[in-house]
Ligand binder design. Sequence first.
Ligand code: NDP
Ligand code: OXD
Length: 321
Amino acid sequence: MAIDNQVVINRKMAEVLAIKADFERFDEWVQAFRESDLKLVRWEDLKEGQAIDYALVWQPTTGMFDPHPEIKIIFSIGAGVDHMLGENVLPKGVPVVRMVETNLTLGMTEYVTYQILRHHRFMPLYEQFQRDKNWKEIIQIPASRRNVGIMGMGVLGTACAQVLKSFGFRLFGWSRSEKHIEGIEHYHGPEQLHTMLSYCDFLICLLPNTQETNHILCAKNLMHLPKQAVLINVGRGSLLVENDLITLLDSDHLSAAVLDVFQEEPLPTNSPLWNHPRITITPHVASMTVPETSAEHIWTNIKLYRLGHPLTHVADMQRGY
Ligand code: NDP
Ligand code: OXD
């Protein structure tokens, strides 16, 4: 860990980190925090009147923090913080730290790279050829002649771009603010979106869910992609207009889509997306928070807090990410 553990010794009482998550990995979390001086408690095991210092949560509910005005930091178990944006969910003035950790980033680069290579090397077509016992070659296209665009050049988008660059793809990025990243042609702001899209044979979406990004993957914007482009949405389901995607696939403007996130999750069984022959669906698993490495991020921030230093990766809840 980056900060010396000395700042945590000689505390009279262990501080409490309460965990509320809808998946049962509590023992793993306890193990991950073994080098800290924190006491971990399941949210549902908190006793009435028991004080907590920090919380680690996924989808907190309205009023959940009301009995805890003493809380110092709220940690999101996910990189996105949109799951915390309901009315009267968060106490005012308490910093929310989003998840940024090695394995979450690596998981996303693996998923995105795998999907890009799969389509770049025509694997869905070869799988069909095999089913048809059809021995047929498709001329290979060098990666250097393929353009990959990434909407959302934050922690995850930038990491994906670096890995894809190493395969020789030409990289294009788009974000809110201007950036200069070596080897990546960067665009920013709504005015430059269509220009950026016009280059992308593959489009990866790694934007957060905010008011500004809602339905950004609509026909009006996706029409600017070159014909036969492939869309990979790993950001949030709210970004995509699902019916527009089906129309663009059926009219052959897009050749395929890979979707990991959906407007409604779990994806309802009657959704037309399930059966579409050119859509790949995964159940919001592109990347997952790993307790061992997340604990480092959380513990580092708690130590910064104790020292009175600024925290890292504090979400701007007004902006929504
Ligand atoms: P970051 O906050 O680091 O990056 C967000 C990026 O989006 C930034 O580059 C930001 O621009 C850009 N952005 C935000 N709003 C706009 C806008 N209106 N116009 C243009 N660009 C915008 O987040 P992460 O990279 O850590 O995570 C991104 C998202 O990935 C998460 O919010 C979550 O929704 C999703 N996710 C999905 C997972 C999955 O398993 N499917 C797992 C983990 C995350 P700027 O840099 O200028 O601020
Ligand atoms: C996240 C997610 O935001 O899992 O980390 O989607």
